[in-house]
Design a protein around this ligand. Structure first.
Ligand code: 26W
Length: 821
């Protein structure tokens, strides 16, 4: 009596095969004997789309008819990865498709490999948005994801002699079968120009005369909910020239000049900014933010009016807008502009509606990642918005702040949207807090720090505005689709509807001690590792053994994430084995995946250092294959899906207080990896859920970090007082890892010994001890299996469905509405 929510499709493999072949011939214009894998991939997508596109219409109709409050998730990034296997899984068509392809002589895995990743995001924030729209579709929440249809997503990473080289991403080079262009919903977006003040019938109003206009064209990507009944859309805007030709210029023989205007307009959606820190000052980035925010608000307005007529009284009741970090914060003054200038609302009423509409998610406390824009730049690009921001600010300071703290100019200076200084700057965080009804952090500790350290006065002013919503991940992609072996094992013991009700995984807890189940669980892990051994060989040429511990650190390269702490430990192990060839350790493969922002120098040096140390260790016959180090090039969603099921150890080693949440930590633990981590972000909650025996915690906690900082941190003290630490740091200076070229890695040492902004050295000793615990635990096969199983069985909290339910209940006040045919 195993319950299932995935539909048993009324479709046989034979029928599906007929459909795929039909599309191969009639949509792709080729035939079985001649078709490339890529053509088969497209034909398969077309066959799947017969179900997907119908779902889009069904869901639209349902949501339009019920008139429920809808969510609009505004994000500069959606890191979707591939869509095919997810769509097949969620439609319940995976095994039908597998069988159909088999009968055509094709392996489904090979056909799926043809799909490029949709890498329209940098890292955690972008992938979170992708998991969230999957959950909103699954929970039947009326929701649209809004973003940019970048022509080039995050760069492709290559290594040349160990150094990162960035290459353009060409995900749409051969088209994208999943998207539908909707020219009928295009919008015109204004930029630059000046503002005119007009008096009419005793009323003062503002007219924005733009310097130029751009067209925004929407592309809809269907988002299939689990079970396939509900299909939402991700609407991505592409920029185009407003008039393709300036006919006057064209007629006077200026064909090329007329064309150049369109080239300029089209640069807006050309490329994703590859920094996960800051791009302040870049005019094009500000225009990207405004372009998609304005197009999205106009789209929401248009849909509201189509359903409810011209009276906007219910606008805020029916529309929630979530700001994914401050990147779309310009939407706040944009909605004010539309309501006040175009819809003639009085300021106070418009402001009340705006605040009822917006809520804001903060993803970082790092000061360098908090967005600021020069007032001058905003004034130039968006002159009317600058006026509105100043009006919002002045009312806020003179009314709300003055009432709470009469005469207190220090607090006013701190809470002002405008930062005074050599150059006046607009603080997008303050604007977002002031313009939203609710602000959330992304893990409990992070939300606490948002209140305590980042916005304490705002919290005092509005005690209920700040809440926590711990992040989550979709178990459809991050277990069901990526780890079919473990999913099958799970389904031998619990209901098959676990991807929808992840709490059911707790049903595995009683099996954690069961020898037979332990054996099956670890056999699955081993098979996944055997598969990944081949992947490592293909990608790096390095031979590794599936019997070694697979120790994995996958995330953006950033000093606060401390990939170099991992490196120092690897060097220490290597040194121990060189000193004592009988050094007792279970063989280990250290696996890295990480892209560095192209302009982030020290991050790129760390990549280079890991690659050089890896080369040396992997070719050193003296250590008898006890240690291998591989840095996988071009880490991305599709590679994560192959690696995570094969991981034994999950490295979550950020300096306490710096990693807002982390989500890779959840994916790895769900798939049975043991976390080695600091008390940071969601690691704390993972330890709580999985049990402190089943994770290995080390290092300073937030209070220790603060205490050390206050006392005065001197990295050289740690360097001098730990012999092993000193030895490995010094090792970076000579030419041991870069034969004939001494000093190539010296910058990494200098950075650590002279400044060490993320306190790598003080945590080194404790980190090494934690690794000893990992080693000992792994050698106790039963204990390891038990801990791994308990991780999988305990991770239900980190289902993104739970995160979305939290948002729906506590922030958006929306309910699911099941689409009916
Ligand atoms: C270009 C400006 C910019 C600045 C910050 C781009 C992107 C960012 C993000 C804050 C980077 C990011 O992805 N943050 C991560 O968000 C995840 C989802 O909430 C968290 O799990 C990570 O801890 C956080 O680092």
């Amino acid at each position: 009596s195993k319950k299932s929510v995935a539909p048993t499709p009324a479709l046989t493999a034979e029928q599906f095969k007929t459909s795929v072949v039909k599309h191969l011939r009639t949509t792709l214009g080729t035939y079985e004997e001649k078709a490339s894998k890529q053509a088969w991939n497209k034909a398969l997508a077309a066959a799947i789309n017969e179900f997907v596109f119908e779902g889009v219409s069904r869901t639209r109709k349902t949501h339009a008819n019920v008139g429920a409050r809808a969510v609009h998730y505004l994000s500069l990034e959606f890191l979707m990865g591939r869509l095919m296997s997810n769509n097949l899984q969620n439609l319940g068509l995976y095994s039908v498709a597998e069988e159909a392809l088999k009968s055509l002589g094709l392996e489904i895995a090979d056909v799926l490999e043809e799909e490029p990743d949709m890498a329209l995001g940098n890292g955690g924030l972008g992938r979170l948005a992708a998991c969230f729209i999957d959950s909103m579709a699954t929970l039947s929440i009326p929701a649209v994801g809004y973003g940019i249809h970048y022509e080039h997503g995050l760069f492709r990473q290559e290594f040349h002699k160990g150094r990162q080289v960035e290459r353009p991403d060409q995900w749409r080079e051969f088209g994208n079968p999943w998207e539908i262009c909707r020219p009928e919903s295009a919008q015109v977006i204004k930029l630059y120009g000046y503002v005119e003040t007009v008096y009419e019938q005793g009323k003062l109003s503002k007219v924005w005369h733009p310097g130029r206009t751009i067209r925004a064209i929407p592309w809809d990507i269907p988002v299939v909910g689990y079970g396939g009944q509900n299909v939402n859309v991700l609407r991505l805007w592409e920029s185009r020239a407003d008039k393709f030709f300036d006919w006057d210029v064209f007629n006077s023989g200026g064909y090329v000049d007329a064309y150049s205007e369109s080239v300029e307009a089209e640069t807006i959606s050309k490329v994703l900014y590859p920094n996960d820190e800051t791009d302040a000052g870049k005019e094009l980035r500000l225009i990207q933010q405004y372009f998609f925010s304005a197009a999205s608000i106009a789209d929401v307005m248009r849909r509201y009016k189509a359903a409810n007529g011209e009276d906007l009284a219910n606008f805020a009741k029916l529309n929630a807008m979530q700001l994914n970090d401050t990147h779309p914060a310009i939407a706040i003054p944009e909605l004010m502009r539309v309501l006040v200038d175009e819809e003639n609302f009085a300021w106070d009423e418009a402001w009340a509606m705006t605040r009822e509409t917006f809520s804001y998610t903060n993803h970082t406390l790092l000061p360098e990642a908090l967005e600021k824009w020069s007032l001058k730049l905003i004034e130039k690009v968006l002159p009317r918005h600058m006026e509105i921001i100043l009006e919002i600010n002045s009312r806020f300071l003179t009314q709300e702040v003055e009432t709470m703290w009469p005469g207190n100019n220090d607090i006013k200076r701190k809470l002002s949207i405008v930062e005074e200084g050599a150059e006046q700057m607009i603080r997008m965080g303050n604007l977002s807090v002031i313009g939203s009804h609710t602000v959330n952090g992304v893990a409990q500790i992070h939300s606490d720090l948002v209140k305590k350290d980042l916005f304490p006065e705002f919290d005092a002013l509005w005690p209920n505005k700040f809440v926590n919503v711990t992040n989550g991940i979709t178990p459809r992609r991050w277990m069901k689709a990526c780890n079919p072996r473990l999913s099958a094992l799970i389904e031998q013991h619990i209901d098959t509807d676990w991807p929808r009700y992840l709490e059911k995984l707790t049903g595995l807890k009683p099996l954690a001690d069961d020898q037979a189940f332990q054996d099956s669980f670890m056999a699955v892990k081993h098979e996944n590792k055997v598969d990944f051994v081949k992947e490592i060989k293909t990608l790096t040429g390095v031979d590794v053994s599936a019997d070694a511990i697979f120790d994995v650190q996958i995330k953006r390269l950033h000093e606060y994430k401390r990939q170099h702490l991992n490196l120092l430990h690897i060097m220490a192990l290597y040194r121990r084995v060189l000193i004592d060839p009988n050094y007792d350790m279970h063989p280990r493969v250290f696996i890295f995946g990480a892209k560095a922002a192209p302009g982030y120098k020290i991050a790129k040096e760390i990549i280079f250092a890991i690659n050089k140390v890896a080369e040396k260790i992997n070719n050193d016959r003296r250590i008898n294959d006890k240690i291998k180090v591989v840095f996988l090039p071009n880490y991305r969603v599709s590679l994560a899906e192959k690696l995570i099921p094969a991981a034994d150890v999950s490295e979550q080693i950020s300096l306490a207080g710096k990693e807002a949440s982390g989500t890779g930590n959840m994916k790895l633990a769900l798939n049975g990896a043991i976390t080695i981590g600091t008390m940071d972000g969601a690691n704390i909650e993972i330890a709580e859920e999985a049990g402190s025996d089943n994770v290995v915690i080390f290092g300073m906690e937030v209070d220790d970090v603060v205490a050390l900082k206050n006392k005065g941190y001197h990295p050289a003290d740690y360097y001098r007082s730990n012999e092993e630490l000193k030895a490995v740091l010094d090792w970076l200076e000579g030419d041991f890892f870069t034969p004939g070229e001494p000093g190539l890695l010296a910058e990494v040492k200098r950075n650590l010994v002279e400044s060490d902004p993320f306190m790598v050295l003080p945590d080194f000793e404790s980190y090494c001890e934690a690794h000893q615990k990992i080693d000992a635990l792994y050698r106790d096969k039963k204990a390891w299996a038990k801990a791994a199983i308990l991780n999988t069985a305990s991770l239900a909290k980190f289902n993104s469905d739970r995160s979305i339910q939290d948002y729906a209940q506590n922030i958006w006040h929306v309910k699911g509405v099941e689409a009916k045919s």
